[in-house]
Ligand binder design. Structure first.
Ligand SMILES: Cc1cc2nc3c(=O)[nH]c(=O)nc-3n(C[C@H](O)[C@H](O)[C@H](O)COP(=O)(O)OP(=O)(O)OC[C@H]3O[C@@H](n4cnc5c(N)ncnc54)[C@H](O)[C@@H]3O)c2cc1C
Length: 224
């Protein structure tokens, strides 16, 4: 992990989730890795995709989002903020999504980043492959997230159900779809219920995760 991009989506910079992002930053600096952070709330990132993604339109009469994405990719007419995010993504070898789980998924802010930045033409489609032939097959990705529910709620017997199933749309439908090697996630369950000491231990556990994650078997693909 030499070039790391963290996409961070928490509205409170003193949250425990934001603290996990800082822990990763600290670790990668110590490793002499280059790190870029897209702190989506701090950037006032607009998560809603639409005509404003583009500086020109291929079809003014009927808006077809993916077709316009392909056109913008071919003509270099994405909105400059999206272009900047795409460049960061192309630059990195490791992508981290850092977020609190909201409604069993990505917060809208981060989901909107996916909708707008992983655009057709740029990251899939228009003759480009997917999954093991995906555009980003040389990149590794993983999730670092916090929950409200305790770990017991997310086991096979838990009321919330199995986390592998809950995370499948993100792991498989987004990250692996565009070719990335997806590592098992780091999850901090219910930080709000922990004592300060326990939260400190969670930060240390994340540090260990970061040290060891490269030796983890990816969740999908031939090595699995
Ligand atoms: C719209 C919405 C939908 C949600 N859906 C779900 C869902 O589907 N499933 C689910 O499980 N949860 C859900 N939640 C809950 C949410 O996931 C959790 O509230 C969140 O993940 C908790 O993480 P946090 O970083 O926000 O916690 P915080 O509340 O920020 O952190 C907990 C505590 O840690 C303290 N802290 C911060 N930094 C440090 C530090 N350095 N050392 C020690 N302590 C520190 C904070 O002061 C705070 O007291 C949802 C919440 C929302 C708003």
């Amino acid at each position: 992990m030499k070039k790391v991009l963290i996409i961070h989506a928490h509205p409170e910079r003193n949250s425990f989730c934001s603290r996990l992002k800082d822990e990763a930053l600290d670790y990668f600096h110590w490793q002499n890795a280059e790190v870029k952070v897209s702190d989506l709330y701090a950037m006032n990132f607009n998560p809603v995709g639409g005509r404003h993604d583009f500086t020109e339109a291929e079809n003014l009469d009927y808006f077809k989002y993916q077709a316009e994405q392909v056109h913008a990719w071919k003509t270099g007419t994405f909105d400059p903020m999206l272009k900047a995010e795409m460049e960061k993504l192309e630059w990195c070898d490791t992508l981290i999504f850092n977020f609190p789980i909201w409604w069993f998924g990505l917060p809208a802010m981060l989901k909107g980043w996916v909708d707008r930045v992983l655009a057709m033409g740029f990251s899939y489609g228009a003759g480009k492959g997917v999954y093991e032939n995906g555009v980003f097959k040389d990149k590794t990705a993983f999730l670092c997230f916090t929950t409200g529910g305790p770990q017991t709620a997310y086991g096979n017997e838990g009321k919330n159900g199995n986390l592998d199933t809950i995370l499948y749309p993100i792991h498989h439908g987004i990250l692996y779809f565009v070719g990335m090697k997806v590592l098992p996630p780091f999850i901090c369950f219910s930080p709000v219920r922990l004592t300060d000491e326990e939260r400190k231990s969670e930060l240390a556990r994340y540090r260990t995760y970061l040290e060891e994650c490269q030796s983890q078997t990816p969740l999908f693909g031939p090595a699995h």
